[in-house]
Every structure is written in C-alpha cells, then in structure tokens.
Design a protein around this ligand. Structure first.
Ligand code: TEU
Length: 544
C-alpha cells in the first residue's frame, strides 16, 4: 500500500476558542494555532481538524454560521488563515475544516431574507410550515424543547433540530445544494486538505409527521441523504486529494458502509456515537450513571467488524468537543497515578483498533473534566438548556450539577493546559471559561519532560500507526467478550498477529489462562507479572 495512504493518518482536533490565545482577550485564535504547529508536529499527527472558524454569533460556539465565506473576527483574518495553511503545509501537516451545512445561524442573510415575508425566494431555503394548533409536529430539538419555532410576523413555524438560533436548511431545494457546493469549493481553493461535515446524515428530511419517538426516524439517514452526499462529492471534493469525515447522529452500520464505500463516492469515513452512549440511563444523556463496560466493548466490536466486513471506514475516537474527557469517564482521574495509568490504557485500547484515530486537544496529556461546582461556570448552550429543562422536571440544583459534571460538553472545552503558569499558558488575560484546577500537574510542558507521560504514549501510538500496516489494513478478532474487566482483541494481517489486552479496572486482573501471550512486546503500560495485568494496565504483543 502507498506510504501516503490517508488511511494511515491520525487526526488531531483543535477547538480554536480554547486552544491558544495570542491577543490576551481570553479566547484562542488562529495565530495561537500557528504558534503551536511545532508542538503538533512533534506529537506526530497528520491532519488538524479545526472546529468552525467562520463568522458566527457564537451561540453554539461556531456551529451557528452566519457567513460561510468569512473568518470569525475573534479567530483572526483570512490572511491569518492563509498563513496557517501555508505554515502547516511547510511542516507537512494537513488542515481539515469543519463544515456545518445541515443548518445556518438565524443571523445568516438567507434566514434574515426568509423571515422578511412568506414570498421571499429564501423562504424555501429552510423549512417553514403553517399550523393552527401548535407546532407542526411533536419532534424534539436535540438541545431541548420542541424543534419548531413560531414566528408571529408570518404566522408560521421554522424547523431547528438544534438550538432555536440554528435553522435547518432545505436540501430538497436544488438552489440550496448549489449554494452549499459553492461554499465547499471556496475553501478547497484555499488549499485545505479535508473536511469534517457536521451532522451530515440529518440533511434529508422525510415526512413531517408526529413521531412516537422524538422525530429522529424521519430525518436520520433520511430518504435522499446518499444522493445528496454523492452529488456533493462529485461537485466538490471528489477525485481530489481530500479526506472527509461525516459526523453521523444515531446512524446504523448499514448506512455507514454506504457513506464510506469508496465506489459509492460519498465520504472517506464516518463518526458514530453509539459507543459513547453507554453511560446514558435508559438512553437519556441527562442522567447520572456508571458506564456499562460490556456494552462499550460490544458496540465497539460490532462496528469494527460490521464496517470492515462491509468495506467501509470508521473514524475511531474517545473524545471531542461534545464529549466529557475520556479519562474521567472510562478511566479514573481521582489521583495522579490512576489518571496517568488509565489515560494510557484507554489510548492503547483505542489506537490498536481499525479506522482513523482522532485525538482531541488535551487528550494527549490526559486532560480531565474540570469538575465545576457552580452553574455560573458553564457556558455551553446545550448545558444551559439542559439545566432549565431538568429544573422544570423538579431535580435539585445539586443533582443537576452532578449530572453536568459527568455529561456537559464544557468538560472538554476548558482551555488547553500548556504550562503550570498563569492561566495555564493559554492566555495572558481572563479565560472565557475556567481552566481545570489540575493544570499545575497536568500540562504540556510537564508531559514533554517526562518520558513516561501520557503524551509520550500518544507519540508512540501515532508512530505505530504510521509504521505498521497491520493497524491500518488488518482484520480484528474480539476475544473474551464476556470478561468483566479486560478488553481483549487480536489484529491479523498477512502472517502477523498482534494481541491487545487492556485492563479497564483499577485492580490487577488475572489474564485468562488459555490466552497465549508468548511473543514480542510492541507496547506496554503498567506491569504484567505471574499472568496478572496491573490496574489500568495494557499490553500489545506480537505473537508467533
Ligand atoms: O453535534 C451533533 C450532536 O448532536 C452531538 O451533540 C451528538 O448528538 C452528541 O455528541 C452525542 O452525544 C454537532 C457538533 O459537534 C456540535 O458541537 C453542535 O452543537 C451540533 O452539531 C450542532 O451543529
């Protein structure tokens, strides 16, 4: 296989607002990213995915775009962006942009035009519906409440699957699709190397009917979604050296195979979130619950096998800007030793899987949830809405804080911890959101100096991905799936076989007796003695 096969790459996700601030206003910017390119090169990643940097009222931190052709002033100028691309390319780092085209901000010109009157040509860019007795359907917004917002001027409702400030675009209108193709091509012309498409499996809405669930069945992987993606591919990135990943909400393996099978010309790869809903009680995110280890393993393996056998391609990840920190979630951040051990083991368990690994900023040093104790520390629109909703349901404020500490998206949005100095080296001003208090111990400076840090484990894992075809092209065989603490699997490619054993508990665990662990150690965390693997230990062995 070609050395430069994109399938061998590792992606690093940057949340610019919380990455590095060069102006002192407490929010990160593009120049801040440029400043850290050498660091990212040293880490060894290939692609940098930037969450949205376009003009936006920032109600949902950029996922509410008001002008697709402009850079948000907060982040810098188009000149800064060009410099970022050039500086990244000089270091052989690639840039991936985040494109949010399921919806626009209600501040977007199209929406403002659409709101002027029912006869506006832009009316059909969105979904406006009449209804005499309340919202047109009972669909729920993913950020709480009904998904339809009433506009008293025109006496109609518009659809917003997310916040009321994010109006869904009508992809059934060919004019809309043409406009969206233009946007993608505009950024291709700047020399970017890939795209992440936000909630792209929600773009094709089916029937507008009441739903026994919350409406998902009418718009998730909707009737024309594959046609629209194939069309987008052919009119924009298709046939060019660009890597794409679609964010797929509540999707299925069958659809994801279709989205990513190369001959179908849709996308390169997909994210799904089923493995991250294993701590949702009865499917409800806003609950306080332990995670289900068996469910986690089962879902990961079901997707690994299903996608591989179907000829598709997965993105693999524990963290992103919508998820709590994995070390606080499936690991243990209660003390320094456990934090380090579990962060490394989680990294090994994930990076040996098949697909394209993603690392979210700070994950590479084992950043934790900040454990906020007050409501006024939260900023995220979804968390603020959830707070109101849970209050309405009668939950005590203490209990809501407990839930948010476990589930809020702000858990991953606290500033990057660069040093143990003032504001963790993130800003010379007042950060827009509090920094996690453990930045004195958990920071990049410290992690680089310590050869045994989480950071150096990530470097080694990235290096393995680049240098061993087995990780990219090998099959996967799940083993001992009913084991209560160990996640065990094998990768096989040509005549090679790698055995992966990861202990997801803090206690030492016996390795199953009939598992042959003879061979060469590829990578290890913790100790293996007398057939026992230490708490949060992991090992990868090339068996013969
Ligand atoms: O997120 C889509 C989304 O619905 C997620 O909240 C997902 O359901 C969740 O992670 C599963 O636990 C995308 C963006 O990543 C998010 O930041 C935006 O707020 C949202 O779309 C709307 O654009």
């Amino acid at each position: 296989m070609a050395q430069n096969d994109w399938r061998k790459s590792v992606v690093y996700q940057i949340y610019p607002k919380s990455f590095n601030d060069t102006t002192g206003n407490g929010e990160g910017d593009l120049n801040g990213i440029i400043e850290k390119l050498d660091y990212l090169k040293y880490l060894g990643v290939d692609y940098l995915w930037l969450t949205p940097i376009y003009e936006s009222p920032m109600n949902d931190n950029g996922y509410d775009i008001s002008n697709y052709f402009k850079i948000n002033e907060q982040f810098g100028t188009i000149e800064d962006f060009k410099r970022l691309v050039a500086e990244a390319h000089q270091r052989d780092l690639k840039i991936m942009l985040d494109i949010v085209i399921n919806h626009t901000s209600t501040h977007h010109e199209w929406f403002k035009e659409a709101m002027r009157s029912k006869d506006s040509p832009y009316r059909d860019y969105y979904f406006f519906r009449e209804s005499n007795d309340g919202p047109p359907t009972n669909w729920e917004s993913k950020f709480g409440g009904n998904a339809w917002q009433y506009d008293d001027k025109t006496d109609e409702y518009y659809l917003h699957l997310f916040d009321v400030s994010q109006a869904d675009l009508n992809w059934d209108n060919p004019e809309v699709r043409r406009e969206l193709h233009k946007i993608v091509n505009y950024w291709i012309d700047f020399g970017v190397d890939g795209f992440r498409f936000d909630v792209i499996n929600l773009i094709s809405k089916g029937a507008f009917k009441d739903s026994p669930k919350i409406g998902k069945e009418f718009y998730t992987d909707g009737p024309r979604v594959h046609d629209y993606l194939n069309e987008l591919n052919r009119h924009t990135f298709g046939g060019k050296d660009l890597m794409t990943v679609g964010e797929m909400s509540s999707t299925t393996i069958d659809h994801c195979i279709k989205y990513t099978k190369p001959e179908r010309q849709e996308l390169s790869s997909v994210f799904n979130f089923h493995h991250l809903k294993v701590d949702y009680e009865n499917g409800d995110k806003w609950t306080y619950a332990d995670y289900d280890f068996h469910q986690l393993k089962n879902i990961l393996m079901e997707w690994q096998l299903g996608i591989h056998q179907g000829g598709g391609w997965n993105a693999i990840f524990w963290c992103n800007h919508d998820q709590p920190r994995v070390v606080s979630r499936f690991g243990d951040d209660s003390n320094e030793e456990l934090r380090q051990a579990s962060a490394k083991t989680l990294a090994i368990a994930l990076h040996m899987l098949q697909g394209t690994p993603y690392i979210y900023q700070g994950e590479e040093i084992g950043m934790t949830n900040p454990h906020f104790s007050m409501m006024n520390q939260y900023r995220d629109v979804e968390s603020l809405n959830a707070f109101q909703e849970l209050k309405r349901k009668g939950y005590s404020e203490d209990y809501i804080l407990k839930i948010l500490d476990q589930k809020s998206r702000d858990n991953s949005r606290t500033p990057m911890q660069w040093t143990n100095g003032e504001a963790s080296g993130f800003t010379s001003g007042q950060p827009w959101i509090d920094i996690a208090p453990n930045y004195k111990e958990v920071n990049v400076e410290q992690a680089i100096e310590d050869d045994h840090s989480v950071f150096h484990m990530y470097r080694r894992l990235i290096d393995l991905r680049h240098n061993h075809d087995i990780l990219t092209y090998g099959d996967i065989t799940p083993l001992y799936m009913t084991h209560d603490q160990l996640f065990i699997y094998r990768r096989n490619y040509q005549s090679k076989s790698w055995l992966v054993i990861a202990n997801f508990s803090k206690e030492a665990v016996m390795i199953p007796r009939d598992l042959d662990t003879e061979g060469d150690i590829i990578i290890q965390n913790g100790t293996i003695t007398n057939d026992e693997i230490s708490g949060f230990g992991a090992i990868v062995i090339e068996t013969h």
